[in-house]
Write a protein that binds this ligand. Sequence first.
Ligand SMILES: [Zn+2]
Length: 350
Amino acid sequence: MPLVSMRQLLDEAAKGGYGVGAFNVNDMEQIQAIMAAAKETKSPVIVQASRGARQFAEDLYLFRLIQAAAELNPEIPIAMHQDHGNSYETCKSAIELGYTSVMMDGSLKEDGKTPSTFEENVAVTRKVVEYAHARGVTVEGEIGVLGGVEDGHGAGGTGLEHITDPDQAVEFAERTGVDALAIAIGTSHGAYKFTKKPDGSVLKMDVLIAIHKRLPQTHLVMHGSSSVPKDLQDIINQYGGKLKQTWGVPVEEIQLGIRNGVRKINVDTDNRLAITGAIRKVFAETPEKFDPRDYLKPAREAMKKVVAQRMTQFGQAGHAGDYKPIPITEIAKGYANGTLDTRPSLSAAR
Ligand SMILES: [Zn+2]
């Protein structure tokens, strides 16, 4: 199966009332772990690469691995997504490689650290939408600023400093025409999200619900949404790691989001924790081993388990065979003739 438009994947998820996990990859084992989980649970899937991942793996290695995943798993719809593009050029280069979706994170300036103005965000995101939609490629934008830093990307801080304003979200969707929108509701990138189990004072699910009511056609995206389960933290610390105790986004909050328009859920930290815990365990228990396969195999298996669990929790499990992929060229026609237009003023007129 060729790579699928992320828009189609998310439209189908909206119809089915479920969410789709977007899992970050840097290497072959992570891609294999995701595909094994998708196969086992019969899930459509979003695979995503950050700028850091594209640099680490070199663009072509990573993209060819994704193509291999698509060829080896013809029954699984896969969208390949650029996570946190920092500029028009980054998004364009991903589209030229063959990515079927890009995130233009214009909430930050090109340095990936400094919050930008609303007008700057609209301008760069609109430019990416025009280029991408002409080629049938999906665009995710971001309004409001997430907390924390991951892969050198992020403004830092707690995540409560730049919560998305629903009025601005509506104006942003209208002026850019993005397919999907990442909103800031208090979550942060990285392992250290919350210092206690989050409640409504730090995780603003009410803001999410308000935005979905006003933007029913725009798929909402939750970033920084690893659950950071205690058992994964414990394995790392049991075998010599030094993680401070931390809390992520509880799965039931994500499920509440899914009932209110969240269609894409980004998960990276949980997989990193699973891999590291499994490798530490092998090193600690069998220090005589030195074949990388001896620890990469259990690491891959540990990540697969986490991914399969999330796929079941998000509801995407069982939906891989629900639909036939629409070629990207057909999707481009849908953008050109307006049938895929998500702008709130148009959907109100519909
Ligand atoms: Zn993110």
